[in-house]
Design a protein around this ligand. Sequence first.
Ligand code: ZN
Length: 276
Amino acid sequence: MSDLVPGTAVVIAPGVRRLVAPNPGMMTGPGTNTYLVGENEVAVIDPGPAIAAHLDAIQDQSPGPVRWILVTHTHPDHSPAAMPLAEKTGAELMGIPAPEGKVQDKTFKPDRRLGDGDLLETAEFVLRAVHTPGHASNHLCYRHEAQRMLFTGDHIMSGSTVVIDPPDGDMKHYLESLERLKDLGLASLAPGHGPVIDEPMEVVDWLINHRLKREARVIAAIEAHPDQTLWDLTPHVYEDVDKKLHRLASRSLLAHLLKLETEKRAVCDAGKWSLL
Ligand SMILES: [Zn+2]
């Protein structure tokens, strides 16, 4: 973990560097990871927050000129540096624009809107976009084809689970997007926060299992306490979580409940939940 400090890029694979942004915190861990891919011409994945020192560090630490900027999603810790970096470098901006919602970086305007399977092909490397809605509806992961490394943004982060905050966050889509990773033949995951993950499938399985275990607790809680509101159900489902985090946890609970509603396993009537 000691190299997860801002300012100095660290080589994590041939032709791949990680530069941590100076925005550590509860939601960002050691800070957002910005990745620099390539040696002669560089693609920046997730330039991070628009902090002047970080923008300078990206250019200083990049081994070659920045030609492309790819964004995994438009949360404020991942994409706001994209526009200023593009202005400084003339790089092409790639990703999916921000959806509706308050916690979205609306400044991000891609030159090239990417979809699932789209490629960035350069002389040195190929990156493939993988649409992974769930944490955010416009979330893309990027697969480094030669390294079989997936840049996961906030689809998977090291050391903790990600927030699924409806309506843009969607638990059903999230689980489907985790399942998809199993078919990509991955050797490693380079997350938006924290160190590289070298056992990708173990982590994917653990995350799916973790969410399904929580879902089972949601069902058990409604069974034991039918016709309760989201807020009343929260302590029953998250007994193991500090009360200070219950407001955040209630957003995840809502995501679970909406998944069950979509699957016709639960129903909400006048704000109160029951099983079908
Ligand atoms: Zn995010």
